[in-house]
Design a binder for this molecule. Structure first.
Ligand SMILES: [Zn+2]
Ligand SMILES: [Zn+2]
Length: 394
């Protein structure tokens, strides 16, 4: 795989002459496989230049997948200036974290909202597709993409891209609590060749910026050591840090662990590995606990209907094991899934993600979905998230 850094800054672009070596544009990274397949990570201002290159190189319709980590401005603000999206016949699919209170499409519609931009998203809607996703592993154009939620205000995803036996992890925005690395992220990084990690703050700046959602090279190095990653790529540079400061920061990082690179403007890296070892897909921690009968849910077949008694525990409801058991039960001869909410008192956004997956799966298989015994509070959430417009609620 070839990795190209079109945007490396965090927070806001830095078009200052003394900040251009380490990049003036905000987050956007392109990954291309040897077979010419392409993934784009984030749509910060760097995507504008990438878009121009795609048009220059194209010999026909352009189609690409864009993986968004989250909706903060520095990761989406380049999208309205991504010229290929305006050309009929091109096709772009945006992937992002399912959220009850703001799905990927709404976030992208927002940057082109009436108050902010002269062109509305509707004008280019034919070229665009949106996929709300949850933690897990999926194939996108023959590339294995895994993701997990990381600690960041409003939440963010980290992505692992695997192809030809190599793996690269992209985690531009996250903060680790002192003395504890995020286990899911460490697992996602397992044995990767590069970890592109948030190193926004210098170590001496971190204490005064706790809970701002960002990290240091020390945290990035710790993840690399724990997960067996070959190299750390310093990324999401603070706009305050000029090139001299960044040179020094990189030097200090390499004093700690001599496998650090800092993302510079237009830096290109290649993965080298050629073996084909299997990487472990991420699994939710609680899977083992929720698969037994003690988990408090029941899934059974009644003629051509799958009856699901939903669990009272919000944690069990939120586990992907619960969602997967429902999906696995939908076979060809099933015509209906009935989910009984009798024991469910409330829902959180991860529960809604599970419901979103079940809904998508049932729609794809022409199976009707019914929610029954829904209390007022849950019904309100289902209304707000527009499930009631699609699913029959009794
Ligand atoms: Zn950011
Ligand atoms: Zn952010």
């Amino acid at each position: 795989m070839q990795i190209k850094f079109w945007g490396t800054r965090g927070s806001i672009p830095t078009p200052d002459p003394d900040r251009m070596k380490y990049g003036g544009d905000t987050s956007c990274v392109e990954i291309q496989t040897s077979g010419g397949k392409r993934l784009i990570l984030d749509a910060g201002t760097g995507i504008r230049r990438l878009g121009m290159k795609l048009i220059t190189d194209s010999r026909g319709p352009i189609s690409s997948n864009i993986l968004l980590t989250h909706g903060h401005w520095d990761h989406i603000q380049g999208f309205p200036f991504f010229a290929p999206a305006y050309i009929p016949g091109n096709s772009f699919t945006f992937y992002g974290l399912f959220k009850a209170d703001g799905r990927v499409e709404e976030s992208m519609r927002g940057v082109m909202g009436e108050l902010y931009f002269p062109v509305h998203l509707e004008a280019i809607a034919k070229q665009l597709h949106f996929q709300d996703i949850l933690e897990g592993t999926r194939e996108i154009q023959g590339i294995t993409v895994s993701c997990c939620v990381v600690n960041h205000p409003q939440g963010a995803l980290a992505y692992r891209i695997e192809h030809d036996g190599s793996a690269v992890v992209y985690c531009p925005d996250t903060e680790h609590t002192p003395d504890e690395l995020q286990p899911k992220l460490v697992e996602l990084c397992h044995d990767a060749e590069y970890l592109i990690h948030d190193t926004h703050y210098a170590p001496e700046e971190f204490d005064t910026h706790r809970n701002w959602g960002h990290s240091t090279y020390e945290a990035g190095i710790a993840v690399c050591k724990e997960a067996g990653v070959r190299s750390l790529v310093l990324f999401h540079h603070a706009p305050e840090h000029d090139d001299d400061f960044m040179d020094d920061l990189l030097y200090r990082a390499n004093q700690d662990w001599p496998h650090c690179i800092a993302a510079t403007r237009d830096l290109e890296l290649n993965t080298l590995r050629t073996d084909t070892r299997q990487f472990k897909a991420i699994r939710p921690e609680r899977e083992v606990q929720v698969s037994g009968p003690e988990a408090g849910f029941r899934i059974e077949r009644q003629f051509d209907t799958i009856y699901v008694l939903c669990p009272a525990s919000i944690t069990v409801f939120s586990s992907s094991a619960f969602g997967r058991r429902i999906l696995d039960s939908v076979k060809e001869d099933i015509s209906q899934v009935t989910m009984d909410f009798e024991k469910v008192e409330r829902l959180n956004s991860v529960c809604l993600g599970i419901l979103g997956e079940v809904l998508g799966h049932t729609q794809k298989n022409n199976v009707s979905l019914i929610f029954k015994n829904v209390n007022e509070q849950v019904l309100e959430v289902l209304r707000m998230t527009r499930f009631t417009e699609i699913v029959e609620v009794m």
